[in-house]
Ligand binder design. Structure first.
Ligand code: ZN
Ligand code: ZN
Ligand code: FE
Length: 701
């Protein structure tokens, strides 16, 4: 039992089995070369530099003083350097560096804190950093490279840093001009940038940080944590264009020795964002970075330890006192998720956006790191590399591919090109199954899957779904009333189009006369006429029950946003619009019977009318936004009461909304239900692959 009580912080005990054996008479403890056998799921995620290593890093009398690759058994690179298992040095990207005598002594000494630390290194035998100019020409080495990179950042330049799982772009976050240059070069208009603070104290000075958030910032996973900024102005003065019109800030602490050295030198907050152009995958090797980032970065701080695979920084927020992972990558992947009864050789290819893939390994699910959005040649190549990589490293030969039902997802097309059979899984069913798997829930379950879009089974776009999951499959028991999206996908970029769809549903053509509604006045007369015809004739106007698009439309009607520069921006701003208003008021939402054995329909018409009336009578935007959220929560409670299934699973991108998740959970509990939501598997499409893998197991039953 001492094993459990005294385990190192990075250890995870999967199970304990005890057997009594005759003493063999060994005199010492040693770790023998791994015997090859069946591959297990035991690949560790990357771990942030531990306190002991940080102390040594800044100790002038230590032999690793200021050495940017210091690590030990408790910390350092793992998944980002593993090329094969077992996890031995020869199977990592460190295999090219042979240990010096001093490092070997530590590696072989069972009492040393670097005993069998595979990436062990020192200034005499390990990797080194160098600084290259925008053309890839080396201009400085070692400590000089680091100091000069810091100096360039201070002078407002953009540095590409070869981090743990890929290149990152760094800029002084206090300088509006530097941040603007980064936005222009990266072609990223408004999507918030993450920042790295030098110390926990500097984060606390700038943001409101709860105890749980402090803990997450300081964990070995060292994720980006979404925090509320201090009002009105923070002492570190993060430039407004780092996260425009956003009360939150994605903040993290240094997590590699290289980051520690740089931040100790800079002593200020910096933008720290993935090294790519918008919608491209993150760069991992030098030549690729020199080629693809040369018109973004002014210089490259790189090093000669190869990165085995791209791994982005993870993102989470604390909801109801615990973590809700929004992007699951560094520090989390590829930690296995235990799920019972998985089919051994299925591979799930995930969705289109925020793609991840999943396979079952030794009875557990391995969900890959975030692979990004598909749809460009580079992204699709990177996705296919991800599939091959996962299969190779776990020695898995899939006998079937689980995929989304959407015929045009690039992941679907990939699955269909393979010789093995592919099985379609409805998008929202996969969302609910992923939530069930993460919480080890048994059916029956009422699954609530609210998101932007997913391919429905009836020719409409789903996204506001209530699915009753039983042993065999699922039944769509209720959904939001559908409305038309004039221009289809263009409505994602233009919330005003979703608004038009809602208004047309209620008022018909008369909606177009109501110039006092911001969504209407946001269009020219010519545009309005074209859209009216589209809606009236249902041309290029798919129908949707999407909760995400409903929120977009309401944000537009409220005058918050007519065009979005990234998906979900309007819905996010609707959440922010509440400010600190607290109210229990809500609009009426009607429930109409769909007829015999047809799903119930949640009708938002009276909510939209209520919003218009409140606007006209001068109710504040904050108050209206809060009432909208409350109405959504009450509509969920209303369906739960009708369906009468005790366990309720909340999934889909809408449940990244803090208020919606917290209030839904509280209200459901008060009504006697048992609500479950996500934790380390993203509620957004990053969790779809896990759900697909579970669907393969259910198919088998
Ligand atoms: Zn360490
Ligand atoms: Zn050494
Ligand atoms: Fe989704």
């Amino acid at each position: 039992m001492r094993i459990a009580a005294e385990q190192p912080s990075a250890a995870h005990i999967g199970g304990v089995e005890a057997t009594f054996l005759e003493p063999v008479g060994y005199a010492s403890f040693e770790i023998r070369a791994s015997l090859s056998g069946s591959k297990s799921a035991a690949i560790m995620p990357d771990l942030a530099t531990c306190a002991d290593c940080v102390r040594e890093l800044f100790d002038p009398f230590n032999r690793r003083y200021r050495y940017p690759f210091i690590n030990c058994t408790q910390c350092g690179p793992r998944f980002s350097i593993v090329q094969a298992i077992p996890y031995d040095r020869c199977n990592t990207t460190m295999h090219g560096f042979s240990l010096c005598g001093a490092c070997r002594d530590e590696y072989e000494n069972a009492n040393d804190r670097r005993f069998h630390a595979q990436p062990i290194a020192c200034p005499n035998c390990g990797p080194q950093v160098s600084l290259c100019d925008a053309h890839g020409k080396c201009i400085a080495a070692r400590d000089d490279a680091l100091m000069r990179a810091a100096d360039l950042i201070r002078r407002g330049q953009i540095i590409a840093l070869k981090g743990l799982g890929g290149f990152q772009l760094l800029a002084d976050a206090r300088s509006e001009a530097s941040v603007q240059r980064l936005r222009a070069r990266k072609r990223r208009d408004e999507k918030p940038f993450a920042v790295m603070f030098p110390t926990l104290d500097s984060i606390i000075a700038d943001c409101v940080v709860s105890e749980a958030e402090v803990q997450w910032l300081s964990t070995p996973q060292a994720p980006i944590v979404l925090l509320r900024r201090q009002e009105p102005h923070s002492p570190q003065r993060v430039a407004a264009n780092v996260a425009p019109r956003n009360p939150n800030l994605g903040a993290m602490l240094p997590y590699t020795p290289l980051h520690h050295l740089l931040m100790r030198e800079l002593q200020c907050v910096i933008v720290c964002t993935s090294g790519n152009r918008s919608s491209e995958p993150i760069c991992i090797d030098d030549d690729e970075a020199f080629e693809r980032l040369n018109d973004i970065a002014d210089a490259f701080l790189t090093h000669n330890r190869p990165i085995a695979r791209p791994i982005d920084d993870s993102v989470l927020r604390v909801v109801l006192g615990r973590e809700l992972v929004i992007r699951r990558a560094r520090g989390f992947a590829p930690s296995p998720i235990s799920v019972e009864g998985l089919r051994p050789d299925a591979l799930a290819v995930g969705a289109q956006m925020k793609n991840t893939i999943a396979i079952s390994v030794g009875g557990a699910a391995v969900l890959s790191q975030y692979l990004g959005d598909l749809g460009t040649l580079d992204a699709d190549n990177s996705f296919e590399r991800g599939v091959r990589d996962l299969c190779r490293i776990y020695d898995s030969t899939p006998d079937r591919f689980m995929r989304d039902a959407h015929p045009d997802y690039d992941s679907t097309r990939f699955a269909k090109r393979q010789t093995q059979p592919s099985v379609a899984v409805q998008h929202h069913y996969a969302h609910v199954l992923s939530c069930m798997a993460e919480n080890a829930l048994q059916p029956p379950i009422l699954g609530i899957a609210w998101d932007g879009t997913g391919f429905g089974l009836d020719g409409t776009i789903w996204g506001g779904e209530f699915l009753r999951v039983d042993r065999r499959g699922f039944k769509r028991v209720a959904h939001l009333r559908t409305f038309g999206l004039p221009g289809g996908e263009r409505a994602v970029e233009e919330p005003r189009r979703a608004a038009l769809g809602l208004l047309f549903e209620i008022f018909g053509s008369a909606a177009f006369e109501q110039q006092h509604i911001p969504s209407i006045s946001a269009f020219s007369q010519v545009e309005l006429e074209a859209l009216r015809i589209m809606l009236a004739r249902s041309v290029n106007t798919p129908r949707t029950s999407s909760a995400g698009r409903l929120c977009d439309g309401l944000a537009s009607i409220l005058g918050l946003r007519q065009r979005a520069s990234f998906e979900g921006q309007a819905a996010i701003e609707l959440e922010f619009a509440m400010g600190s208003v607290t109210t229990n008021q809500a609009y009426e939402v009607d429930l109409s019977e769909g007829g015999s054995d047809r799903p119930l329909v949640l009708d938002w018409a009276r909510m939209v009318e209520g919003v218009l009336a409140d606007r006209a009578s001068g109710v504040t935007v904050e108050e209206i936004a809060a009432r909208i959220h409350n109405s959504m929560v009450e509509s969920i409670v209303c369906i739960a009461r009708r369906v009468q299934v005790e366990c309720v699973a909340l999934s889909g991108g809408c449940f990244q909304n803090n208020y919606l998740t917290e209030r839904t959970v509280q209200r459901l509990r008060k009504e006697g239900f048992r609500p479950y939501w996500h934790r380390q598997v993203p509620p957004n499409d990053g969790g779809i692959a896990l759900g697909q893998l579970v669907a393969a197991a259910r198919e088998m039953e």
